[in-house]
Design a protein around this ligand. Structure first.
Ligand code: FE
Ligand code: FE
Ligand code: ZN
Length: 280
């Protein structure tokens, strides 16, 4: 089955996200676990979650992506900022244990002052604490590939590999590949998708790849900008997306759109377009 969907607002709960997903022809979705600009998450609505687990499985929605707030910085130079990230992620994972099929995606962060090597150690240290505290939870934790804007960690496959290697029990760790980010970071998925995925396999191991963010890019190859564009309207282009969604190493993963649209009808069009390009 083609697992395709888009980023949705979680403000009306899980069941509402399923309804929206079905209304646009989707089979998966993504949402922020809490206000991405920070703050507390809403109280757990066990009724909504109970109904969600039933309707999701009835409608073939098996994997969804919960995205951590992008403003937190797991490798911040100051300890209390890192502790904020750890507490946020711990709370998010406790909630996600209630929704089997969720993948938890986060941005590794930016090294401000302390340098990339120290940042990689800080991220691994945070993950050690997170995974240890939450042993028994099986929710996969995914590092997102980044564009390399500013001092972002994770724009090189090697950096993600080093984080994974430093974590004591990395069995729950995976990677979410963002097409805009990797193209902006200098991985040429337009002219050499096989080469990029081969490199991913050599450096990280293709088995770690658990999800794909489908975004075109407003900027040229290797620009390190991270500005998403609608599918087929940016520098990546529609032919590359046709190859991505059909590639044997990717085609069974959940694909999630994070393209700029005013409302979800724009996603309905993109999902229909991608379905028309999918070889079943
Ligand atoms: Fe992201
Ligand atoms: Fe993304
Ligand atoms: Zn992005």
């Amino acid at each position: 089955m083609f697992k395709i969907g888009c980023h949705l607002s979680s403000s009306k709960g899980y069941v509402h996200m399923v309804e929206e997903t079905l209304s646009i022809g989707g089979t998966t979705f993504q949402f922020f676990t809490r206000n991405p600009r920070g703050g507390a998450a809403k109280p757990v609505d066990t009724d909504d979650i109970g109904r969600y687990n039933k309707t999701a499985s009835e409608n073939g929605i098996r994997e969804i992506i919960a995205h951590a707030p992008y403003t937190m910085n797991p490798c911040a130079a100051t300890e209390n900022l890192r502790e904020f990230s750890l507490n946020t992620m711990t709370d998010d994972l406790a909630r996600l244990s209630l929704t089997p099929g969720a993948l938890y995606n986060f941005h590794p962060g930016s090294h401000v002052g302390q340098g990339a090597d120290a940042a990689i150690e800080l991220i691994a240290g945070l993950l050690d604490k997170l995974l240890e505290a939450d042993a028994g939870n099986t929710t996969p934790v995914l590092l997102e590939t980044m564009a390399g804007k500013g001092s972002e960690v994770g724009s090189k496959f090697e950096e993600l590999r080093r984080i994974i290697d430093l974590v004591a029990d990395s069995s729950r760790l995976g990677v979410c590949l963002d097409t805009c980010h990797v193209y902006d970071a200098g991985y040429d998925i337009v002219n050499d998708l096989d080469g990029v995925l081969g490199e991913f396999d050599r450096v990280i191991g293709i088995g770690r790849l658990k999800a794909v963010h489908l975004n075109d890019s407003k900027n040229p190859f290797c620009s390190h900008k991270d500005r998403h564009e609608k599918i087929g309207q940016g520098s990546i282009g529609i032919d590359a997306f046709a190859k991505i969604i059909n590639h044997p190493a990717l085609r069974d993963l959940p694909f999630c759109l994070e393209t700029p649209h005013e409302d979800i009808s724009g996603y309905a069009g993109e999902i229909a377009l991608l379905k028309s390009l999918r070889n079943e």
